[in-house]
Ligand binder design. Sequence first.
Ligand code: SF4
Length: 426
Amino acid sequence: MKKFSFYTLGCKVNQYETQAMREAFIRAGYIEANPLDRADLYIINTCTVTAKADKECRRLIRKVNRCNPAAKVIVTGCYAESDEDVLGRMQGVYKVIKNNAKDSIVDIIESRKDMTDSKVIGYTPLSVSGFKDHSKAFVKIQDGCDNFCSYCKIPFVRGKPRSRDIDSTLKEVRQLVSSGYKEIVLSGICLGVWGKELRGPRELPDIIEKIVDIDGDFRLRLSSIEPANLNERLIDLVQSEHKLCKHFHIPLQSGDDRILSAMNRPYTSKGYLGLIDLVRDKIEGVSITTDVLVGFPGESDSCFQNTCDLLEAIQPLRIHIFPYSRRPGTMAAEMGPDIPRGIIKDRARRLQALAVEKSHEFRKTFLGKTTNVLVENERNLSDGLFQGYDDRYIKIVIKSDAGRCRGIVSVRVDGVDSDHTWGTII
Ligand code: SF4
């Protein structure tokens, strides 16, 4: 029996696609090799969001080939989409498979099927029945993006927005819930535009309402929503539906209007703050997490200060900080002046300090309150400590003398410091 092994980089969508491909190999009689085991087949599911991701993909290909020259290396994912020739010429690479051919990966490797042409047409039908090494399951329902933020390569490698049908989504969620998954994370490349191209047309709350109607003890988290796609209907649904996590991940990228415009982001700093105020007015204790890009071409000290000032007002639970990475073929790649790496590093460090401070402030508002935590590590970390996330995406370290706890447990928050939130099972 042939053995396979996956390396996955990037976002929740890529991780979902790896799980779907993993299950296809297992159905075809392959065995998944243990991490230290040698495999006959290595599949590298690549990401190309940053130059660093590209470099990491190439490093993995060389490493796999060096450690196991007899094995076949398959490269797929977004880097394979944009740089098929470069990757195809690397030593040890047996095949480069495009994103829209991931559903046929076994047939292609076994030469039962040719690579479909690279033109992305409909939604690639993939499905999962579980999620290896995860206590929560990502469910992909959307692919592609046509927002063309000026720094982003994704629209070029994922194509136009395409939506998954409701029936296959509900079937998959039912299966995952009946298999014991307590949290479903709804994912997409640009999740908020789900349904726009479908007949009707439809919008994201339409499919969410169907999912939360599924019987079972589970919660639903939205992976990320662009500001332009967050409307009152969605906010009201999250407010009113107990299965929906009271957490929004809303990428900001910059707090400066000139930079936002150069990024081709369709909102202003005032507009973004207004949206956060609306969400906070409607949903008590809702948490906001966000993405910020530092060092975009032309970002002056005052532009950066505008970003810090806006984050002060937003008080996010978490800030994902991305140092700017020039991506070939994007509009921003032609923009300037470049910000020196040293300044980018310094700004990222200052944002990280601000992120810790804001997170601490937000988490302190939950002291003494009760929340529901999905336990991620079942076995004692040490001294009867476990950890998991609550529905607001607060990471909580749980004290329990039960020796084992799993699933969703009710916890009283009884300690918050700059790095941790502590809770006791009640
Ligand atoms: S919304 Fe913007 S940043 Fe996100 S994938 Fe689309 S183009 Fe890229």
